[in-house]
Design a protein around this ligand. Sequence first.
Ligand SMILES: Cc1ncc(COP(=O)(O)O)c(C=O)c1O
Length: 366
Amino acid sequence: MIPLCEPAIAGNEIKYISECIEKRWISTYGEFIKRFEEKFKEFLGVKHAIAVSSGTAALHLALRALNIGEEDEVIIPSLTFIATANAVKYVGAEPVFVDVKKDTFVLNVEKVEEMITPKTKAIIPVHLYGYAADMEKLRKIAEKYDLYIIEDATEALGTKFKGRYVGTFGEFGCFSFNGNKLITTGNGGMIVTNRDDLAEYVRYLSSQAKTMLSNNGFVHNEIGYNYRLPNLLAAFGLAQLEKLEEFLRAKRRNAEIYNLYLKDVKGVITPFDTEEVENSYWLYSIVVTENFGITRDELIDELKKHEIESRPFFQPIHLMRNFRNCKKSEMNNTEYLASHGINLPSSVSLEEKEIELICTIIKRYG
Ligand SMILES: Cc1ncc(COP(=O)(O)O)c(C=O)c1O
């Protein structure tokens, strides 16, 4: 089986985990959380990075820290993983869905303004599959209407917009380290910000809103969460982070090879960099149009017959039961991409001959 995207574990993972076990740095005590956070913020060039238990937790904390709650609206794309929308619901706010761009799958910034109301408090652009939303235009809109930006950069560690890493443009950037992400801790995430006050508040909320008393007792004056990342996982994460540049090069190499083999295949649109965006190619994502010989789902079946795992793009959230009644813009591109987009195998360890095999099967229909 050629998997969709499996982690690469070939660095200091065992060494650092062993160190944790030897020194009893299992939970919150120990050095790895700090080292992981320091290295992460150094990479992004951001002031604060707080390690948390998942990307979903990062999004939830961002919304809580900005005091977003009932009666508030948050603009998000509908073409995203459910966690983006769920996090908005966790704080009692309402997601408002805006369509995406057909060529890059990310929030269509041109459509954002028409969905802003006096209730709108924030925008969450999702940098899907390694592409990036137009953060320049989005920031202008946010400034004009006095809105917060929380970047869902869970799928785009290493992606750049105009030379700057995504996740660093908004009040918060949220990252995920689940099993198929560019770097993994099994389950985990990071929330980054340039604001000192917000960083401090997020740390507080992520550890049950705990204040230590002089006698080592705790007092909790707010509802908080158990969202911290333990040392054991941070140790794993640090080892992964040391390989980040290498992983990014491998993803780019995968994309270059795929693009070469799929060049000129009828009905297949391949991913690309734009003048502004340096794609991380976390997942190699193509769109299969009506000119292709078979449908997207038939292609998924065909690949499966050859033991190749692929995945359709996310299903539109505005069509899901819990979100059907939410406000939304027209959704032509979201619905088109959800039924025509496909993620192909994208592991860091993918070999050229495997890409060639995948593309040979695709080419039979193009
Ligand atoms: C777009 C998007 N948002 C949020 C998340 C949530 O991250 P996690 O699974 O770490 O909670 C993910 C990943 O799973 C994602 O792909």
